[in-house]
Design a protein around this ligand. Structure first.
Ligand code: SF4
Ligand code: SF4
Ligand code: FES
Length: 489
């Protein structure tokens, strides 16, 4: 067992490719190199995950010794002279990429990650057009669609282990792990079950960290086109106004080209009957939840009341804390709320589509018939990338379109959400504490980012130690100040 504990207040002097640099003790070779603008190629390394040193692409020479060290997994030390780039190192890195390609389906053209794949970028950077190693296409297993949310194509897995760590350590769900040995080594759920049969909550964090097209969000643009072309179906869509910025960026247009109004016109050109503002739907959902919460407080109902950002949170409680399921709010998710609010005067079926930045929103998990959408209505969630694909497929040139207003819901306007947030405190270990004022009643709210902190809170509820009245579980972990919900692909 190692007793090495770096002291971040102590500095270490070293050279990288002959350039002198001083960094705090405990700095990885990779980070020290970046400080002097030396970019060592990586594949298994990910800034939000632990050191692992699996792929060996980042190897460097230290003090001229024959043994190479993984720059992502080893810290610098006083006086070391590091070489990141010579013929030997380049040759090793190139061979690693060639070996990975030899075992990889040769179908970049049709891969969802094409142009956004770390292996493809490495192959291009090393000038590899063809792997000199034999490619055996006979073992190709078909990709598996999991609960209409994720696609797993293990033929493309480069065995970096990022997804396993995201699931096991970051989310503590432990749905997937490495399995088998040698050429059969891969990533799977226990006994090669489907993800839905195990504890998977379809948070999409495995897809968010996968460097290649081995795990990704299920593309539902074909289903959306079918709904749009069904003359008997009323197809509505809800968007958050701020998503227009993400669409703007995805289309690589000058800042401000795609405003919410331009998005509305573009979506109508695709054939949507009505385009609604998600904020109004969310306000209506929150107002309903607030009513349920006040009712529980006044009448001694189960507290804290638990709300979730996606259906994965409901499955998490059903799988891991079934004894606490009465704490869940019975209110509908925003997709079902959209369907109910958009109900037309005639009784044509509604397809309610939500655009979200997050693939976790695609997952549907119904607690009971009472939580299913109205009889014949259907719904699906498209990510920003999917909606951009639809603009391209439908030939809608978004730049220069006129603006249009959001549609208004028929009948009564949905109630406004009058929640006042107070005393928002810093996030600690993924848990944000706030106080909200609901019609004069002060309520303690815990917002929990990711399933690891959610487990802490659920355990405290079980022990009767949670003094909050409301707990909101977000599927995505808080990653060092970055916004969660970054798993759209
Ligand atoms: S979706 Fe989330 S819970 Fe399911 S395997 Fe991926 S990381 Fe694990
Ligand atoms: S599925 Fe993706 S993240 Fe998981 S080990 Fe394979 S390549 Fe890495
Ligand atoms: S990136 Fe360092 S070993 Fe994979």
């Amino acid at each position: 067992m190692s007793h090495y504990k770096p002291d971040p207040n102590k500095n270490v002097n070293l050279t990288i490719d002959g350039i002198a640099v001083t960094v705090p003790e405990g700095t990885r070779i990779l980070e020290a190199a970046r400080k002097v603008n030396v970019c060592i190629p990586t594949l298994c390394e990910h800034p939000d995950l632990c050191k692992r040193g699996v792929c060996r692409l980042c190897v460097v020479e230290c003090d001229g010794r024959g043994k190479l060290l993984a720059a992502c997994a080893n810290d610098v030390w006083e006086g070391v002279n590091i070489v990141t780039n010579n013929l030997r190192i380049l040759g090793i890195r190139k061979m690693i990429v060639e070996l990975l390609l030899a075992n990889h389906p040769q179908e970049c053209l049709s891969c969802i990650r094409s142009t956004n794949c770390e292996l493809q970028t490495l192959a291009a950077d090393f000038g590899i057009r063809e792997s000199p190693f034999r490619h055996d296409a006979a073992d190709r297993r078909p990709p598996v669609i999991e609960s209409e949310t994720l696609v797993r194509d293990m033929n493309k897995c480069v065995k970096c282990g990022r997804c396993v760590e995201a699931c096991q350590e970051v989310q503590t769900i432990r749905s997937i792990n490495s399995s088998c040995r040698s050429i059969h080594y891969g990533i799977s759920a226990p006994y090669h079950q489907s993800l839905a049969e195990g504890p998977c909550v379809f948070c999409g964090q495995c897809a968010a960290v996968c460097p290649v097209g081995a795990i990704y969000g299920h593309d539902q643009t074909a289903e959306a086109w079918i709904a749009l072309n069904d003359k008997n179906c009323h197809t509505v869509i809800q968007i958050v106004p701020s998503l227009s910025t993400a669409v703007n960026d995805a289309l690589d247009l000058p800042a401000g080209t795609v405003s919410p109004g331009v998005m509305i016109t573009a979506l109508k050109r695709l054939g949507f009957d009505q385009v609604f503002n998600s904020e109004i739907v969310m306000n209506a959902a929150t107002a309903k939840e607030n009513g349920e919460l006040l009712n529980r407080i006044k009448n001694g109902g189960k507290l804290p009341m638990i709300t979730v950002c996606s259906a994965g949170g409901i499955k998490f409680i059903a799988d891991s804390y079934p004894d606490l399921s009465a704490h869940l709010s019975p209110c509908s998710q925003s997709q079902q709320m959209l369907s109910a609010l958009a109900r037309t005067a005639d009784s044509s079926p509604i397809t309610a589509i939500t655009v979200s930045a997050c693939i976790a929103q695609k997952f549907k998990y119904l607690r009971s018939a009472a939580h299913s959408p109205d009889g014949h209505d259907t719904g699906l969630t498209l990510t920003v990338s999917e909606i951009v694909r639809m603009f391209r497929q439908g030939g809608v040139n978004v730049a220069g379109l006129p603006e249009a207003p959001f549609d208004v819901f028929p009948g009564e306007a949905p109630p406004e959400n009058k929640t006042n947030f107070e005393n928002l405190r810093d996030i600690q270990e993924g848990i944000q504490k706030s106080e909200i004022n609901l019609q004069g009643t002060k309520i303690k709210l815990l917002t929990v980012y990711g399933f690891a902190p959610a487990r802490l809170i659920m355990d405290s509820i079980r022990k009767g130690e949670c003094d909050a009245s409301l707990v909101h579980i977000m599927s995505c972990p808080w990653t060092g100040g970055q916004q969660p919900c970054k798993n759209s692909n």
